[in-house]
Design a protein. Structure first.
Length: 180
C-alpha cells in the first residue's frame, strides 16, 4: 500500500500507463517526492513526466487491491524477446534449491539469435561439488517454476558471488565475466 498523499502508476517502455498486474516502471507523485536535482534542469526533466510523476527506475507491479510489488531495478531487467525477466525472481527460486548457497542472474547477449538470455552464477553449499548433473537438476527445478521465457539459458558455478560492502550483488562484474 502507498503512504497517504502519494500517487503511483506503472508505465510501459512506450510511456503508456499499464493496468493491474502488469510489470513496468514505478512512477510516484506526492509532497514527499523530491522537486528535482539541484542546478541540473536536464536531469530533473528526464526524471519527471509532464504531470509531475517521478520515474523511480524500479520495476513494479500493482495489484487490484493497490498493493505495490517492486520486483527489481529496471536497469537489471533482462529483455528476452518481448518479455522482461527480473533477475531477483529467478535468484529467489534458485536459492530455494537445497544445494544452492547463493546465486546471481544476469542477462547475456547471444550472438546467434541477437537475444539477451538469463545466465545464472551459482555458489553451491560446501558439501556439494559442481557437476553437470547438479547443473541440469537446477535448470529443471527453475524451469518447472517459471514461464518458458524466464527459463535459464545456462548456469556457471562460482566460488563466491561478488558483492559490494553493503551486500549488493555486483552484476557488472558477472556480465563482464560472461563476455570474456
Amino acid at each position: 500500500m502507498l503512504i497517504p498523499n502519494v500517487e503511483a502508476k506503472i508505465i510501459a517502455d512506450d510511456g503508456r500507463e499499464l493496468g493491474y498486474d502488469e510489470l513496468g516502471e514505478l512512477c510516484v507523485r506526492g509532497p514527499n517526492i523530491m522537486k528535482g536535482y539541484l542546478n541540473n534542469e536536464g536531469a530533473t526533466n528526464a526524471a519527471f513526466d509532464k504531470d509531475g510523476f517521478l520515474y523511480t527506475g524500479d520495476a513494479a507491479i500493482m495489484d487490484r487491491q493497490g498493493n505495490l510489488f517492486i520486483t527489481d531495478r529496471l536497469k537489471e531487467l533482462i529483455k528476452y524477446k518481448c518479455f522482461q525477466v527480473a533477475p531477483a525472481e529467478l535468484e529467489e527460486i534458485i536459492i530455494s534449491h537445497p544445494v544452492v548457497s547463493d546465486a546471481a542472474v544476469v542477462g547475456v547477449n547471444c550472438e546467434a539469435d541477437a537475444i539477451e538470455h538469463p545466465l545464472a552464477y551459482i555458489t553451491l553449499k560446501p558439501e556439494y561439488e559442481q557437476s553437470q548433473e547438479i547443473s541440469n537438476e537446477i535448470m529443471d527445478y527453475v524451469s518447472n517454476k517459471v514461464k518458458p521465457y524466464k527459463r535459464l539459458h545456462d548456469i556457471l558455478f562460482i566460488g563466491k558471488i561478488p558483492k559490494n560492502e553493503s551486500g549488493k550483488k555486483l552484476r557488472r562484474i558477472l556480465r563482464d565475466k560472461a563476455k570474456a
